[in-house]
Unconditional design. Structure first.
Lengths: 163, 580
């Protein structure tokens, strides 16, 4: 880490971006506290994170159901190399994105992370999620006041026995 | 020898190896005469598993395809395979490509492969193509599979590859020697190691780990452009996508793999539009089912030269996609076959293609003296140890098959005996040669079935529920209806246990009726003493080859038994020809 800035720049940017995204929820008050749009629902969504099922968590978070969209790009491995840290990334070409959330249907509590996307921000979030077992990973995107989703199965395996 | 020669004369020519020549002209010299075609020739070998010497290798009698894959290549065995590809029963090709009459035919047609024989064939095919008109590619699993390769961590195979003239390769088991050994081998490899789908983990990138391209995080060069036949051909490497899952992660802690369709598509697009190549070839270690799906999703690839699943498929399978058609091949294993892709290249496109998968009949090819000398020199320090006779086989020994082979039954017996275990588990690798009945079983044979970088045995307590979960998990890796969720390899072999398997079911519902050797049902909550080897978790036990050798030395082989697996719901599947 000492002064080798060349090969270093990009990975660091990627990581910083990830950290910033994760922190968005907590920093919301400080960074955007003045924005009236956030004032009403700025509270930590405690109840949503306690829900067992993904449907219940989505309903509590956004108060509506999501429709499938092909304008959400979800990058996730087919088979996780390590179930404890599964890298996933989401971006969307939907306009006016205001929120993105990750859910793992088979986890003890489905909701993994929920982000608020301030106006003018590129809707692109990367995260690492912990998965108890093979499950659908669901991404929900709120855009223009409507809710959209996509999903992908990520397999968590005990491994072994390659040809 | 004369009898064998006669067999070849009357039978080997059948697959149109020698085109329109009159039958009497066919001989050892003409069996490999190929009709001239095209302006560029690509030779493809894969999954040789370090077999420097010719081998007997029985192809599977069980290679089930599930869902959309049912009844389609590569999931055909025996007679269904011959019918699909128009191969005459009882011919030399039937012997090379299928398990049919294996013992009888082995006596008639002899061993296949061997690097000295391969060298002779490759040199001849390259000479025919003419200078600057050919390319030799290896699809990986070149460095692992013998005692010698394991001791030398693949260094022997780098020497052989250099003499053979391999110009580019990708990898799978190559990674299981760890980064240091891999890089040290690659420093001496005269060809290029290509892998578009191996990236630094974020941590490794942050810590400035070595990468071919720090900006993208690609650890290895993804592709190379070769000029052959006056045209530019791009070769992209696709390493085995699940190295850190199928093997201990400690060997590749800094690297992350995956299929990576999107990155591949971008790479193909760049090669097509920026580099203006005339053809794009994917040198793949995905496995054939994965390659077939990938070919439907990624456009712009002309041919996928595939490996990993050890499927010897005589003809390419065309797959249509958004950009046109991609041909998908798979070139078998153990040095038995050489893929010959003749291309008629034109500006910006492949105008025409001819493909053959040639069986390498060792008795029809004069061994190349330089390669034979190199192999002899490398083997010399170990020759006496390898030649040690441990037993005489009273049966055909083989491994390949979805659920079990006679070799693995003996390994499971050895584990049960050595560790006084109730249940033995042995991985379903697709490498491992065959030994004919009445032949001696040597230490070299034992190593050829077991040599790898994590051979430690283990004994542990597992509940019946955990054992079922393991079987379900491995079974899903083999039979998931979506090939992207498969890892290749075959079902874990069991000793002291029988079960029923319904491959067409979903995960968690395939395995049932688990019983111990004494006929009692396995209880989900009860603990059992389980022995095994090749765990992805670090183990401390003695290497499995010592356990196996000791068992063989002890005397008579136990009565032959079945795989212990009763199959359900696959009666009409042409991927099965009896319990194998």
């Amino acid at each position: 880490m000492t002064g080798k800035n060349n090969g270093f720049a990009l990975p660091r940017r990627v990581i910083l971006q990830g950290v910033a995204s994760v922190a968005l929820l907590g920093l919301g008050k400080i960074a955007f506290g003045a924005a009236p749009a956030f004032a009403a629902n700025d509270k930590y969504p405690d109840e949503a994170f306690k829900q067992k099922s993904s449907d219940d968590a989505i309903k509590l978070l956004y108060g509506k159901t999501a429709e499938k969209s092909d304008k959400i790009k979800l990058d996730a491995p087919e088979i996780a190399e390590n179930g404890a840290v599964v890298p996933i990334a989401v971006s969307s070409t939907l306009s006016d994105v205001t929120a993105i959330a990750f859910l793992v249907a088979e986890n003890p509590n489905a909701l993994v992370a929920a982000y608020k996307i301030p106006a003018g921000t590129m809707p692109s979030v990367a995260n690492r999620i912990k998965m108890a077992r093979t499950s659908n990973v669901i991404v929900v995107v709120e855009a223009g006041g409507k809710l959209y989703s996509t999903s992908k199965e990520v397999k968590v395996t005990v491994g072994g026995c390659g040809g | 020898m004369t009898i064998r020669r006669r067999d070849f004369l009357t039978l080997a020519g059948v697959a149109a190896l020698s085109g329109g020549l009159p039958r009497t002209a066919r001989s050892a010299e003409t069996a490999y005469d190929l009709e001239r075609f095209g302006n560029a020739r690509i030779l493809h070998m894969t999954d040789t598993h370090a077999q420097l010497l010719p081998v007997y290798f029985r192809e599977p009698s069980v290679n089930l395809g599930i869902g959309a894959m049912q009844g389609k290549p590569p999931h055909l065995v025996g007679r269904a395979f011959l019918d699909r590809f128009g191969i005459r029963p009882d011919s030399a090709e039937a012997y090379a490509f299928t398990f049919l009459d294996f013992e009888k035919s082995a006596g008639r047609f002899g061993k296949l492969g061997g690097f000295a024989h391969l060298k002779t064939l490759i040199d001849r095919l390259r000479q025919e193509a003419g200078p600057g008109r050919s390319l030799l590619l290896d699809g990986g699993d070149l460095w692992q599979g013998t005692g010698l390769a394991n001791t030398m961590q693949g260094a022997d195979m780098v020497e052989a590859a250099n003499l053979l003239g391999i110009e580019a390769m990708t990898g799978h088991w190559e990674f299981t020697y760890g980064e240091q050994a891999l890089r040290s081998n690659l420093a001496r490899f005269k060809g290029e190691f290509l892998a578009q789908n191996v990236f630094l983990t974020e941590e490794a990138a942050f810590n400035d780990a070595k990468a071919f391209d720090p900006a993208s995080g690609r650890v290895f060069k993804p592709a190379t452009i070769k000029e052959i036949g006056g045209h530019r051909v791009a070769v992209i490497g696709q390493a085995f996508p699940y190295v850190p899952i199928a093997h201990p992660k400690r060997f590749t802690p800094d690297w992350t793999f995956g299929i990576r369709d999107d990155e591949l598509q971008k790479l193909v697009n760049t090669l097509r539009t920026t580099d203006k190549v005339d053809a794009v070839v994917l040198l793949s270690h995905n496995g054939m089912d994965v390659d077939l799906k990938l070919a439907s999703r990624v456009s712009g690839i002309d041919v996928i030269l595939g490996g990993h699943t050890h499927d010897a498929v005589p003809q390419p399978i065309p797959v249509t996609n958004a950009g046109g058609t991609t041909l998908v091949t798979n070139a078998g294993s153990s040095g038995k076959f050489l893929g010959v892709l003749d291309l008629e290249l034109a500006k910006g496109k492949v105008a025409d293609v001819r493909y053959r998968l040639l069986p390498v009949f060792s008795e029809l090819l004069k061994p190349d003296p330089a390669m034979a000398a190199l192999i002899g020199k490398m083997r010399e320090p170990h020759a006496a140890a390898y030649a040690t006779k441990l037993a005489t086989s009273d049966r055909l020994l083989y491994r390949r098959g979805n659920f079990g082979g006679t070799v693995d039954q003996l390994i499971c017996d050895a584990l049960l005996g050595e560790f006084d275990a109730e249940i033995a588990l042995s991985p379903g690798f697709r490498w491992g040669n065959s030994v004919l009945p009445g032949q001696p079983v040597t230490m070299e044979d034992v190593l050829t079935e077991t040599a790898m970088s994590y051979p430690e045995t283990y004994v542990l307590k597992m509940t019946g529920g955990q054992i079922k979960d393991v079987l379900e998990d491995v079974c899903d890796n083999l039979f998931n209806a979506d090939p992207y969720y498969q890892q290749g390899g075959d079902m874990v072999r069991v000793g002291g246990l029988t079960y029923a398997c319904s491959p067409t079911e979903s995960v968690g519902r395939r395995i049932s009726d688990l019983k111990l050797g004494n006929g009692k049902s396995l209880e989900a909550g009860k603990s059992y003493r389980v022995a095994g080897w090749a765990s992805v978790n670090e183990q401390q036990g003695v290497p499995v080859w010592d356990v196996f050798a000791k068992h063989l030395r002890a005397g008579k082989m136990p009565a032959q038994r079945g795989t212990g697996v009763t199959l359900k719901g696959v009666d009409d599947n042409p991927g099965i020809a009896g319990q194998g």
